[in-house]
Design a binder for this molecule. Structure first.
Ligand SMILES: Cc1cc2nc3c(=O)[nH]c(=O)nc-3n(C[C@H](O)[C@H](O)[C@H](O)COP(=O)(O)OP(=O)(O)OC[C@H]3O[C@@H](n4cnc5c(N)ncnc54)[C@H](O)[C@@H]3O)c2cc1C
Length: 414
């Protein structure tokens, strides 16, 4: 490649993985990795699990130790936010007044927790969970136990935080919009399995709860008032109402954005010199496009960041291979470990086929849409994610599933 300067904005898992892949593929030019956080890139899942519980060391989830970047000739700039992109001059403007020139640019700015849109939602005592500082602050309020904790939101982060808070000996209530946790992610039927898990562990679930106000002042919260006027006293309030992709930089530079930065099958944005990866990237999935299915997907999961960062790096170096990985993510809550493989947006109105022992929480659930497997979730059953991915790939490609075989634990999965 004649051009020698690659700038990466966003030093999370996707950005760091891209920088590493550029070097692995022999790119010898300048690499600048610009990160708003004052840390070396790190992996976030432990923030709501092992690290929050005090079981995992801080250093264990750095992508690489700080010194690794200089050793690999990567100019890592921590604690500095990019504030603008001048596409004509090919410059990224940085807070403080500096600028970084690029020939190719990768945006990997991730996502930010959605603010709680109610009075008191911005009180200093309302805890969010995205950064290591926020996980530290939350742990400091939870680890003595005995606190009344209200979790607002019953998505993945909310339910993981509830599990950690309860495991640390606190009284935990989860306020849910729907009837069960994770309803919009898994549907009512499988959300019920997570409801049972949490209730058996002593978490109080409040279905159909709408928050009117968070009560408190002077840096503290004292409770949460619901729409009907009921007040739930609390020393700790965790707001877990989703995340917004950090598309501001891309949008103000005039790149095509929607729910994320729009990218093609090679992770390129509407500007041929700019790529996007990780949580911000709304990709066109080639398998879905070929099958005539809704093909625009944005995945806010670890595996997507881990794989799209390097894939974007390869694409920047000229590799034309379309990115066609099957989405994957996982969660750990109490004694439940789960992996999900497939296309959640196609699973909404699909038929659910169960294989295994649901009561014992050892099973696989498949989502089958018009006869085709579009997703699968293994709960406390291991080493099957690759086989599920193969089933999903075949299903999207047109294979029809034999439902009786799928449901039969004695039939091979492949
Ligand atoms: C608490 C928690 C638990 C999670 N658990 C799981 C899990 O169990 N399983 C799973 O699959 N996924 C999980 N995830 C999701 C997973 O961590 C994300 O999908 C992943 O971190 C996305 O990586 P990324 O590199 O795209 O973005 P990020 O990790 O968000 O990194 C983006 C970086 O860019 C920086 N940045 C933003 N704007 C700018 C700017 N203008 N200039 C410079 N830098 C900027 C940000 O500060 C940040 O450091 C979890 C996430 C959280 C928060």
């Amino acid at each position: 490649m004649a051009e020698e300067r690659i700038v990466i904005v966003g030093a999370g898992l996707a950005g760091a993985g891209a920088a590493e892949e550029l070097r692995n593929r022999g790119f010898e030019g300048e690499i600048r990795l610009i990160g708003a956080e004052p840390h070396a890139p790190y992996i976030r899942p432990p923030l709501s699990k092992g690290y929050l519980l005090g079981e995992e060391e801080r250093a264990s989830f750095d992508v690489h130790p700080l010194g690794w970047y200089a050793e690999h000739g990567i100019h890592f700039v921590p604690g500095v936010a990019a504030t603008g992109i001048d596409r004509e001059a090919r410059l990224v403007q940085l807070a403080g007044g500096d600028a970084a020139g690029y020939d190719r640019l990768l945006l990997a700015t991730g996502a930010s927790p959605r603010p709680l849109p109610v009075p008191g939602g911005d009180l200093a005592g309302v805890q969010l969970l995205r950064t290591v500082e926020q996980s530290d602050a939350l742990r400091a309020t939870l680890d003595e136990g005995g606190r009344r904790v209200v979790v607002i939101g019953s998505g993945w982060i909310g339910m993981e935080a509830a599990s950690a808070a309860r495991t640390l000996g606190n009284e935990v209530t989860v306020l849910m919009r729907g009837g069960v946790p994770l309803a919009s992610q898994l549907g009512a039927q499988l959300g019920a399995d997570f409801a049972r898990l949490h209730e058996e562990n002593g978490v109080v679930l409040r279905p159909g709860a709408a928050v009117r106000e968070v009560l408190g002042g002077a840096g503290r919260v004292s409770g949460v008032e619901l729409d009907g006027g009921e007040v739930l006293p609390a020393e700790v309030v965790i707001a877990a109402v989703g995340a917004e992709p950090a598309v501001g930089l891309a949008a103000s530079a005039g790149l095509a954005t929607d729910d994320g930065v729009l990218i093609d099958e090679r992770l390129r944005t509407s500007d041929e010199r700019i790529w996007a990866a990780g949580d911000i990237a709304a990709a066109t999935h080639p398998l879905l496009a070929a099958a005539g299915l809704p093909s625009r997907i944005r995945s806010e999961h670890w595996a997507n960041a881990e794989k799209t960062g390097p894939a974007a790096a390869r694409s920047m170096l000229g590799d034309e291979t379309p990115y066609d990985e099957i989405p994957y993510f996982y969660t750990d809550q109490f004694d439940l470990g789960m992996e999900y493989t497939g296309f959640a947006h196609l699973a909404a109105d699909a038929e659910v086929v169960i294989r295994g022992d649901r009561a014992a929480r050892e099973f696989i659930a498949f989502w089958v849409r018009q006869g085709h497997v579009v997703a699968g979730m293994n709960i406390n059953v291991w080493d099957v994610a690759d086989q599920i991915a193969a089933l999903v790939r075949a299903g999207i490609g047109g294979d029809t599933a034999d439902l009786a075989r799928l449901a039969d634990p004695d039939s091979p999965l492949g």
